[in-house]
Design a protein around this ligand. Structure first.
Ligand code: APR
Ligand code: ZN
Ligand code: ZN
Length: 361
């Protein structure tokens, strides 16, 4: 029997979100219904609402979530009712050219539920990133559920489902930060701070946080930054070079997604160093660099999609490290809110007041 639950819908371009009744079908083959316990508010949800991702309104927003599996389709064996899971938007297919080459974190054919959740009048909903978790329950592909230790608080765990994983992964997976490295992180929101926490976890010796907002720099320090640079008042490239013996950082992580900050990242790294772009640019943005500098400075210029994570490998490991007290996921939760406060949370996010607002259900 399909169930009716409450969910946060973006009805049309730039229209305020509202709570509607969502019809959640019973899970079919390869699917699971998850009772959502917590779901973080991410920039991507706002982009959906603004029509910046596509025009497939209405959207069921929310995608940084954790909860308990309620029911699964007949053939599902990886997860079972009662399992505590983090939802992911990288349920790898196992068959695409990336998966077959042993690089499933690039999977080009990730799974979502086949059936559609709908409004009560039958209108099909587009779940954000194939998840749609600002809802009491949601229908996903079983592979989107990653089982983790249930001892963790859901509001902290859910954040690994998107932004925090993107940041940690940008450091440890894409940037390959290792013991003794110097790292600079440009942009210290939730994603940048996660890159800082990931760099600390990986044993970086020096972690330089760059932001234009002193409040963000203060938080960055608590996440593990050893130095901070306000790039409104200081040239960040010079500051990073000064802090690294005149050379630049081994790894520079760009967590803003803008041409000027990418340029800073490009010039703030040491020769043969690595730039990781994890901030997401908009289609109008362009960057011009002397090709000779691209050649002459060597190293690698990488992008990090979802922190190049493999949920089955990374989520349980990071939850274990959190439970051991080595990674404070709770520090990313600025506030917990109710389902009907998402619109307000978007405003706070826009003003830069929060790392993450998390809806708890
Ligand atoms: N230089 C340095 N820092 C900047 C600049 C700039 N020119 N412009 C903005 N920032 C800082 C902001 O002050 C803020 O602290 O970047 C941070 C961005 O943080 P959030 O808005 O909280 O965004 P976050 O969730 O961290 O995501 C960052 O990654 O996944 C993408 O779409 C996401 O592009 C976004 C980026
Ligand atoms: Zn694949
Ligand atoms: Zn997200």
């Amino acid at each position: 029997m399909a169930q009716e639950v409450r969910g946060v819908i973006a009805p049309g371009k730039d229209e305020p979100v509202r709570i509607e009744t969502v019809v959640v079908p019973d899970p079919g083959p390869g699917e699971a219904v998850v009772r959502v316990q917590a779901c973080g508010v991410c920039h991507t949800d706002l982009h959906y609402k603004q029509g910046g991702i596509n025009d497939d309104f209405p959207f069921l927003l929310g995608h940084e979530a954790a909860g308990v599996v309620e029911s699964v389709g007949d053939d599902v064996t990886d997860v079972a009712p009662g399992d505590f899971v983090i939802l992911n938007w990288r349920a790898v297919c196992g068959n695409c050219r990336a998966c077959l080459r042993g690089r499933p974190w690039y999977c080009f054919d990730t799974h979502n539920a086949r059936q559609k959740m709908t409004l009560t009048d039958g209108t099909e909903l587009s779940p954000a990133l194939g998840i749609g978790a600002f809802a009491e329950k949601t229908l996903v592909a079983a592979g989107q559920c990653t089982k983790v230790d249930p001892a963790v608080a859901p509001e902290a765990a859910g954040l690994l489902g998107c932004g925090v994983m993107a940041g940690i992964g940008a450091a440890i997976n894409t940037g390959n930060v290792g013991r003794g490295d110097s790292v600079a992180v440009i942009g210290c929101g939730g994603v940048g701070d996660a890159a800082i926490a990931g760099s600390r976890l990986a044993g970086a010796a020096k972690i330089i946080a760059v932001d234009i907002d002193d409040r963000k720099l203060e938080t960055a320090r608590s996440m593990g930054a050893t130095h901070t640079v306000n790039s409104r008042t200081a040239d960040p490239v010079e500051a990073i070079r000064d802090l690294t013996g005149g050379f630049g950082a081994d790894v520079v992580i760009e967590a803003v997604g803008r041409p000027e900050t990418y340029r800073q990242a490009f010039y703030a790294r040491d020769l043969a160093g690595t730039v990781v772009l994890v901030g997401v640019p908009t289609p109008d943005m362009k960057i011009e660099l002397p090709l000779l500098d691209v050649f002459g400075r060597g190293g690698s210029l990488k992008s990090s999609w979802y922190g190049d994570c493999l949920p089955s490998r990374d989520f349980p490991m990071l939850i274990d490290l959190h439970l051991q007290g080595r990674l404070d996921l709770g520090a990313f939760v600025t506030e917990t809110i109710a389902l009907d406060e998402v619109e307000k949370a978007f405003e706070r996010m826009h003003r830069g007041d929060v790392l993450r607002s998390v809806v708890v259900l």
